[in-house]
Design a protein around this ligand. Structure first.
Ligand code: NI
Length: 204
């Protein structure tokens, strides 16, 4: 092998080694999301329907089925909360013991109108175990950031009733585990039957 051919051979081998290494790093980044992704959920501080402070520790040992919304929501929120209710009823039919481990949680993103009492009355329309929470703007901002969602008050147009505003918000349902860890979430395309089947499969 001449010097020239040797240099070409070394160049080819080192290129192959480099590409292989880059591929391995890329593969590990793509297929190890547990290592590289920011987790969903985590510690929070909110207020229950009696005005008492609650944290993630208040729910330790139970699963949380969480939905964020507001009681004045004209359609999406009541639909999602009914779906959560029916999904939990599906698990109750299979196993009341397992269903009792799940707390359905409604978190209002509209503390201006949704006082603890308004929320307490609202949740009675849904599952009897449903817990209604809210918090200060700072507390809600923090919990929404932790759940990677968003919400935004839509200011009413001029001439509209200032009390009749809407709140834009993420409408995912989250399932959190017995230690507060993220288990899964259900996008708005998942209906009561889908969520119910997942609960039957995931709650032990
Ligand atoms: Ni809504």
């Amino acid at each position: 092998m001449t010097g020239y051919r040797l240099r070409i051979a070394i160049l080819i081998i080192s290129t192959v080694v480099c590409l292989g290494f880059a591929g391995a790093v890329g593969y590990s980044l793509l297929f190890r999301p547990d290592v590289y992704e920011v987790p969903i959920g985590g510690p929070f501080e909110l207020m229950d329907s009696k005005g008492k402070t609650v944290t993630e520790a208040s729910f330790e040992g139970r699963y949380m089925l969480i939905y964020f919304g507001y009681t004045y929501c004209p359609d999406v929120c009541p639909t999602r909360l009914l779906e959560m209710t029916h999904a939990l009823e599906a698990l109750e039919e299979v196993s009341p013991e397992r269903a009792a481990k799940v707390v359905p949680v409604f978190i209002s993103l509209d503390p201006e109108r949704d006082t603890p009492q308004v929320i307490a009355d609202y949740v009675t329309h849904f599952h009897p175990a449903m817990v209604g929470l809210t918090g200060s703007t700072a507390q809600l901002d923090a919990v929404m950031k932790a759940y990677r969602g968003y919400y935004r008050k839509v200011e009413p147009e001029e001439g509209e009733d200032p009390e009749s505003y809407l709140v834009d918000h993420t409408s995912y349902v989250f399932l959190m585990g017995e230690k507060g860890q993220y288990v899964t979430h259900f996008p708005s395309t998942a209906d009561a039957e889908d969520i119910g089947k997942s609960l039957v499969a995931l709650i032990d």
